[in-house]
Design a protein around this ligand. Structure first.
Ligand SMILES: [Zn+2]
Length: 285
């Protein structure tokens, strides 16, 4: 679960904060219930009365991927606040002009929606979500590397980042099992927390945990994506195939740790594992 600190007790008076929309559900004929992520108040659930009326002050404001400034009233006895004012601070226009960027932004929002809960505030989580949407909005290339970087940083914030360079158990170097091959692979177990040295790979296997192997080059690229600023991942010196394989790895690792599979991951992860040995073995010796 998120490493967050409890939010300050919410006053009954009006509260304002920046916000990113996580969820939007129609309520009655004209209203909306929205879940938003804010830097200082964490995840907040708000009723936007009459938001569907064309003359509503919220009409056209509560939209996906924008940074908003919201003002609401929260009664102590209810988790649902009442939205009073809503203003658009930053619209990310490029995200709605490219389907691939739009889908990547949807994944960002859906993952943040899955890992946040009310009552905890975490400025880093908000910064990561906002930074990812900004980077996707500015990106000129395919968004796979950027999305992989976001997923790794999100895992890191949750305390779940995979060991990518050394053994997840002992921290010792985790050598490739087939160093002479065209694509050397290292033992890896999502259950144990990542890459493994031979001793701990055997130990995990003996205790019934699933241990496979992953290409060392993909793990190294993921390591780069975890550490690099998100903006640097647009146009990273990777082929499209490498970006997709790194995203496949991060998606599957995240999938292992989440209790539900995000809808936006469904199709991508339904395809065969792009890092399987059989998928990458050269056809001729
Ligand atoms: Zn080890």
């Amino acid at each position: 679960m998120p490493r967050s600190r409890p939010a300050a007790r919410r006053p009954a008076s009006r509260t304002s904060d920046r916000a990113i929309l996580l969820r939007r559900t129609p309520f009655g004929e004209t209203s909306l219930v929205v879940h938003v992520l804010t830097p200082d108040h964490g995840r907040v659930e708000l009723m936007a009365k009459g938001a569907h009326r064309p003359r509503s002050r919220f009409f056209g404001v509560l939209d996906w991927f924008d940074t908003l400034e919201l003002s609401w009233v929260q009664r102590k006895e209810s988790d649902l606040g009442t939205l009073r004012e809503g203003e658009l601070l930053h619209r990310r226009r490029q995200l709605t002009r490219s389907l691939r960027s739009y889908r990547a932004a949807q994944t960002v929002v859906e993952l943040v929606d899955l890992v946040t809960r009310a009552g905890f505030s975490d400025r880093e989580q908000f910064s990561l979500a906002e930074g990812a949407l900004d980077a996707l909005d500015r990106a000129e290339g395919p968004p796979s590397a950027l999305l992989a970087g976001f997923e790794l940083k999100l895992l890191d914030q949750l305390g779940l980042a995979p060991a990518l360079v050394s053994c997840a158990t002992c921290g010792a170097p985790a050598a490739a099992v087939d160093p002479a091959s065209t694509e050397p692979r290292a033992p890896f177990s999502a259950s144990v927390g990542g890459r493994l040295c031979p001793i701990h790979a055997n130990e995990a296997h003996a205790s019934g945990l699933r241990v496979g192997t992953l290409p060392v080059s993909i793990l190294e690229s993921a390591h780069f994506a975890l550490r690099a600023p998100l903006g640097d991942l647009d146009g990273a010196d990777w082929s499209t195939e490498r970006s997709i394989r790194v995203l496949d790895f991060t998606g599957r690792f995240l999938d292992h740790h989440l209790e539900t599979r995000p809808k936006s991951h469904g199709r991508f992860l339904a395809a065969p594992d792009r890092n399987r040995r059989t998928a990458t073995r050269p056809k001729t010796p």
